[in-house]
Design a protein around this ligand. Structure first.
Ligand SMILES: *Cc1c(COP(=O)(O)O)cnc(C)c1O
Length: 385
């Protein structure tokens, strides 16, 4: 097979395997080689073969950048050493005096970066309910440069209307950033709904195997890509070639993994919904979910994350998560194995006392791709106690 493999007509399952991952031109190797090199021979001063130094460019990283951009339906993208490094790079587009509007249930790390680091550079922020256009409008000032959302959000799994948010941003001369970590491009493509930047923690579903930390920014604009590329090289928070390879490997199975994550999550919500120890199940696929209709409009399926509150408060929640055997008690999410955690005491501990504080009786599941009966039995015995 030869020729351009980023055919925009291809389905996402095909792109996941082929976009950016064409056989190596020199050897025909079917898998993108790991170019574990920091520097490159130059033929003469100022005459290189497309690469000069691996902070600036590396062929394995280039392949990853083509792959994820194609999946997001973007024209370009840049890879980073972590999701936070990707977020930080977008935030460096701002100047002192600028202002950010974000969701009041933003990822804890995003909230920390904006509220504890960016404020040192005199960048202001407001955290509001992004499902409420009036609340967004009243938070926007003439200094607002970014509207930042995550949808589904973490850990409450609320859905923000991306089209609405992007058009509000553009009405006010701001950019719309969507953290697409929970949905992945298989379930939702924010650029096609008007977002200017899609940001990822590739640590999660894109990697999919709990063995790599990484981040990504996808874009649809050559100008923004140039600015982000300049910052990527200037700041230098780039991923190592080996990590790019692990991501390329994980991405090939993203669509099949996501199908199983979603299928298992749906069955688990049905089980939890009628369980006597469970108070409320939060899952955008449930018709009772407050923003289900928006999820239905902008997502293919509803994802592998499920949150629920239990009777008996934080104490009961902490006992339950100790008892699971197939679900591993751990932070992070999005990999093949199922994880369980108590956000108020773990991932969202730093949000205590802030607008992002979460209920102590909330349990968050990252539903893996194990046999559904084993997952249901495990939750059943853990809830029974
Ligand atoms: C994990 C995560 C991040 C941060 O990514 P890292 O790879 O851990 O730096 C950002 N946003 C969301 C939604 C996440 O889940």
């Amino acid at each position: 097979m030869t020729g351009d493999k980023e055919n925009s007509e291809w389905g996402i399952e095909t792109l996941a395997i082929h976009a950016g991952q064409e056989p190596d031109l020199q050897t025909g190797a079917v898998t993108v080689p790991v170019y574990q090199t920091s520097t490159y021979e130059q033929d003469a001063v100022g005459q290189d073969r497309g690469y000069e130094y691996s902070r600036t460019g590396n062929p394995t990283r280039d392949a990853l950048e083509k792959s994820i951009s194609a999946l997001e339906g973007g024209t370009s993208g840049k890879a980073f050493a972590s999701g936070m490094a990707a977020e930080d790079t977008i935030l460096r587009l701002l100047n002192p005096g600028d202002h950010i509007v974000m969701g009041n249930d933003a990822y804890g790390g995003t909230f920390r970066l904006i509220s504890k680091v960016l404020t040192r550079f005199n960048i202001g922020w407001s955290a509001v309910d992004l499902s409420n256009p009036k609340a967004i409008e009243s938070a926007i000032t003439d200094k607002t440069k970014l509207l930042w959302t995550e949808t589904p959000s973490n850990p409450l799994l609320s859905i923000v209307d991306i089209e609405m948010l992007a058009s509000l941003a553009h009405d006010h001369g701001a950019w719309c950033v969507v953290d697409n970590t929970f949905a992945t491009p298989y379930l939702q493509q924010p650029l096609s709904l008007g977002a200017d930047f899609v940001v990822h923690s590739t640590t999660k579903y894109l990697g999919g195997h709990s063995d790599v930390v990484g981040g990504f920014i996808a874009m649809n604009s050559a100008d923004l890509n140039e600015e982000i590329g300049f910052l990527q090289n200037a700041i230098g928070a780039v991923p190592a070639p080996w990590d790019c390879y692990l991501l390329l490997r994980g991405i090939k199975t993203l669509p099949v993994r996501m199908d199983r994550h979603c299928e298992n999550a749906e069955k688990i919500t049905q089980f939890l919904k009628v369980h006597e120890k469970v108070e409320e199940v939060l899952y955008p696929g449930l018709e009772t979910h407050p923003t289900h209709l928006i999820a239905e409009k902008q997502m293919r399926k509803y994802g592998g994350m499920v949150s629920f509150t239990v009777k008996g408060g934080q104490e009961a929640a902490q006992e339950i998560v100790k008892r699971t055997k197939v679900f591993t008690l751990a932070e992070s999410l999005g990999a093949v194995e199922s994880l369980i955690e108590v956000p108020a005491a773990m991932t969202h501990l730093s949000a205590e006392g802030s607008p992002l504080e979460v209920d102590g009786s909330l349990i968050r599941l990252s539903v893996g791709i194990e046999a559904i009966d084993d997952l249901l039995n495990d939750l059943g015995q853990a809830l029974k106690g």
